[in-house]
Write a protein that binds this ligand. Structure first.
Ligand code: SPV
Ligand code: MG
Length: 431
């Protein structure tokens, strides 16, 4: 009997999947692969069920002889070990990442023998509704909030990109690239005080108030499902911070990062060029503890940001503070630097990890941007934040177009830098 293989990366079985199973089973003995959690998150399908639950969901369906876990997104291991005569897949190969998977299957089948059978995707209203319901579940506060902690367990380093609007949220949500055998996308979003303020034409000095910052979060929440890490600046007065914690939790934000500065906060990338005052360990610990006390859900995280390296206070001060903040209840630490090289950050991470293997470490490689995610993960970093690149990309692009229109007294010359009108009017999906 011919061997048939198909792989599912879904939390629900709908008519479309049943159709694939029916058609595949007609060709021979059908093995269904269930894509592993680690790969689901790289593939824009964050699992709401565990791998075991998803395997159980498929076992026993009519036409299914066997269910296995597919550990990698590419089919090398499956095809070389199973040697299927047929690989069956829906014909809905969309973006370049999906095309890379199709190319991988075709080349493996050519080398190992076998045929790819593409089944017309079921585009009926029920299937579309179920797909929308799945996405809706992912965007709900209860589910979204806990997703950052889940990611910390599932991936070596949580890749986080700055967003400051619905549109940048959509880019963070949807951008996906295929590189060699890997598929990559961002795991989480950072609502930066620098970019949120700059977008509003204001300096990054805690001038944009929380109500306005929450409005930005809301715009992002509306159109995305990925977890949000909020830049809470200094957290403000402790008496105010406890309210901020509750509001963020309720909205479904996963974490707030507060920095150990006091008084008029200036952006860290000014370093010691401007007057900035670090809070005392005692005060900042009290703020962290009050925030943890106010928090109602188990999964929200308060992350303590240490400014010692920014302010020239050295590694020992940074380590002392890190340990104290963790003792006060911080769920993670962020260590910041404006050095051009990653040396002081990596040295801090090694020293901190020598005694603390678990507390998540967050870094923001804006100035030391040559460092790679693999290097950071090797030194114990858990979350990397690309904290301002989206806004910094937009500004020169817009300014150049504005200059071109003024210089040429018309818009034609700017056209080559612009998205087409057709693309812009179809960019946003309608319900
Ligand atoms: C931000 O993005 O607002 C930050 C990181 O706080 S930094 O600008 O590097 O201080
Ligand atoms: Mg900030």
């Amino acid at each position: 009997m011919a061997k048939v293989y198909t792989c599912f990366c879904t939390d629900i079985i709908h008519e479309g999947h049943m159709n694939i199973i029916r058609e595949a089973a007609k060709l021979g003995e059908l093995t269904v692969g269930v894509l592993s959690d680690e790969m689901m998150i790289r593939y824009n399908r964050f699992p709401t069920k565990t791998t075991e639950e998803r395997m159980k969901m498929i076992e026993g369906l009519p036409g299914v002889a066997d269910v296995i876990e597919q550990k990698k997104i590419m089919y090398d291991e499956v095809i070389t070990s199973l040697h299927p005569d047929y690989v069956v897949h829906g014909d809905n190969w969309g973006d370049s990442a999906m095309q890379a998977i199709r190319a991988n299957i075709l080349s493996l089948l050519e080398a190992n023998g076998g045929e790819l059978i593409e089944i017309p995707y079921t585009h009926n209203a029920d299937v579309q509704k179920l797909d929308r319901q799945m996405r809706e579940k992912l965007s709900m506060p209860e589910f979204r909030r806990g997703r950052l902690r889940k990611l910390l367990d599932m991936t070596p380093i949580v890749k986080t990109i700055e967003v400051h609007s619905g549109l940048t949220g959509l880019i963070a949500e949807k951008t996906i690239v295929a590189k060699g055998e890997e598929i990559s996308q961002f795991d989480a979003m950072w609502i930066s005080s620098l970019c949120d303020s700059t977008e509003k034409g204001k300096p990054d000095i805690e001038l944009v108030d929380m109500t306005s910052r929450f409005r930005t979060i809301d715009d992002v929440l509306e159109v995305t499902t990925k977890p949000i890490i909020f830049d809470g600046d200094t957290g403000g007065l402790t008496e105010h911070f406890v309210y901020t914690v509750r509001s963020l939790e309720r909205m479904g934000v996963s974490a707030v990062i507060i920095e150990d500065k006091t008084g008029l906060k200036k952006n860290s990338l000014f370093g010691t060029e401007v007057k900035q005052t670090q809070d005392s360990i005692e005060n900042f610990c009290a703020k962290i503890a009050a925030g943890k006390q106010a928090q109602l859900s188990d999964d929200f995280m308060i992350i303590a940001r240490i400014e010692s390296l920014i302010l020239g206070m050295g590694q020992e001060d940074a380590l002392e503070r890190a340990r104290a903040y963790v003792r006060a209840g911080a769920d993670g630490i962020m260590i910041h630097s404006r050095s051009k090289t990653p040396d002081e950050i990596l040295s801090f991470c090694d020293a901190f990890r020598a005694a603390d293997k678990d507390t998540p470490i967050v870094v923001v490689p804006s100035t030391y941007n040559t460092v790679t995610e693999d290097e950071l993960a090797a030194h114990g970093v858990n979350i990397v934040i690309y904290a301002n690149q989206m806004l910094r990309a937009a500004f020169p692009a817009m300014e150049n177009v504005a200059k071109s229109i003024l210089e040429n007294q018309r818009a034609k010359e700017a056209d080559s830098c612009l998205m087409s009108i057709k693309d812009i009017i179809t960019l946003i999906d309608e319900l």
